[in-house]
Design a protein. Structure first.
Length: 129
């Protein structure tokens, strides 16, 4: 089946609000034949991200869209400014947060796709904690 092109301006897509951050999913599931998932993550000033975690079978690409994002990659924290690309292979511990006094955003590509299916459980976890 032939897929249609997708054109979405910044901050548009399927949005999920969590404390201190908002995820905006641009393309996933049927739109990419589950090959990848693309999302923006916007963090308020001083906001923590999801916490340290890893994915057994998925690589992640992070591109900083604005501001400075602190990324944990393995055991090292990196302060990445707008324009920086960080690639995290499957099985590597990672996290992100905004340690600055201004909003910051990053683009995430999750390969292969499927991450979007975890969002309901993630939102439920935030509601309970």
């Amino acid at each position: 089946m032939k897929r249609a092109p997708i054109v979405l301006p910044i901050r548009t897509g399927r949005s999920y609000a969590m404390p201190g951050m908002t995820a905006v999913f641009k393309a996933d599931g049927p739109e990419t034949s589950d090959a990848y998932c693309v999302s923006e993550w916007w963090l308020e000033a001083g906001a923590d991200g999801p916490g340290p975690h890893f994915h057994e079978e998925n690589d992640e690409v992070f591109v900083i869209l604005s501001g400075t994002i602190s990324l944990l990659v393995g055991e090292q924290w990196i302060d990445a400014q707008a324009g920086t690309t960080v690639i995290v292979p499957a099985g590597v511990m990672h996290d992100f947060r905004n340690r600055t006094g201004a909003e910051a955003g990053l683009l995430n590509v999750f390969v292969p796709g499927g991450f979007e299916r975890q969002m309901p459980a993630i939102l439920e976890w935030y509601d309970k904690n």
